[in-house]
Write a protein that binds this ligand. Structure first.
Ligand SMILES: Nc1ncnc2c1ncn2[C@@H]1O[C@H](COP(=O)(O)OP(=O)(O)OP(=O)(O)O)[C@@H](O)[C@H]1O
Ligand SMILES: [Mg+2]
Length: 264
């Protein structure tokens, strides 16, 4: 479903601030794979997702989505094929628009007619159903401005929007990291529900090692722009956080001791 082949991305090339964020990165993802991505600060996790989404162009290598070479495709074109949720609850939704309008925008993504076409009764009913499944009472607040929602409610809505039209790949970049623990758990449960229900191919960055082990069918660990560990199936399920820490330790010579991964 997604193939990243020999991708290199360097920021500020040729300056003193040069940073090789992705070094000859290779990753092949099968349809329906739910991959958790872990790694220390600056490992290249977000850069990998951004390279897939087309936020940055890459210097070399290729990215294929469902057999199509998207390496040179602009971000807006890829956006039709991808679902994205970021860490910041403010980013995925339009604060000045209502809940229903936000959903309608997501529903019309990549389609020709805009919002002026109006929201049909059937459409509204389907939104109400989907909002009910979140179990946050949002189905009774269709006209409420999204800016009035809590961070967790907004992330749940963003997740709904990102998956309203089944994306070929769902990209989640620490999408629960800014939420309080209880809300984070709820949004994470919701993520699992939606991904399983729609068999979505998913890449989820997390700094929580327990979640990374518990969730999904495959786990990759990044370090300094490379994938240094890739494990799936039973082997992944049987991992302990101590195993992951040991891997980190081997790769980094112990520098992970200060990393926030240790705290979660
Ligand atoms: N737009 C940018 N301009 C310059 N350097 C960047 C840019 N984005 C990322 N980098 C650098 O590239 C490296 C990889 O960053 P990236 O954001 O991918 O790390 P990460 O694994 O997501 O880390 P974190 O866990 O902190 O989110 C870092 O050294 C970072 O400083
Ligand atoms: Mg990041």
């Amino acid at each position: 479903m997604l193939k990243i082949e020999n991708v290199c991305k360097t920021f500020n090339q040729g300056t003193v601030n040069e940073k090789k964020a992705l070094i000859d990165l290779n990753l092949h993802i099968k349809p329906g794979d739910f991959i958790t991505v872990i790694g220390g600060n600056g490992a290249g996790k977000s850069t990998m997702l951004n390279a897939v989404a087309g936020v940055y162009s890459v210097e070399s290598g290729s990215i294929f989505l469902d057999g199509q070479d998207i390496t040179r495709q602009p971000e807006h074109q890829r956006a039709r094929l991808l679902g994205r949720v970021f860490q910041d609850p403010m980013m995925g939704t339009a604060a000045n628009m209502g809940i229903e309008e936000n959903l309608a925008m997501a529903f019309r993504r990549g389609k020709r007619r805009g919002l002026s076409w109006g929201i049909t009764k059937e459409e509204r009913e389907s939104y109400v159903e989907k909002l009910k499944s979140l179990d946050l009472g949002l189905e009774n607040r269709l006209k409420s401005k999204v800016g009035l929602l809590s961070g967790g409610q907004r992330q749940a809505l963003t997740l709904l929007m990102a998956t309203l039209q089944k994306p070929k790949v769902l990209l989640l970049d620490e999408h629960t990291a800014a939420l309080d623990p209880k809300t984070a758990r709820k949004v994470l449960e919701l993520t699992q529900e939606i991904v399983t229900r729609d068999s979505l191919t998913t890449l989820m960055i997390t700094h929580n090692m327990k979640d990374a082990i518990r969730i999904g069918n495959r786990l990759i660990m990044m370090y300094e722009g490379r994938i240094i560990y890739d494990v799936e199936g039973e082997e992944k399920k049987n991992l302990k956080t101590a195993d992951l820490l040991a891997k980190f330790g081997t790769a980094s010579g112990g520098e992970f001791a200060n990393d926030r991964m240790m705290l979660s």
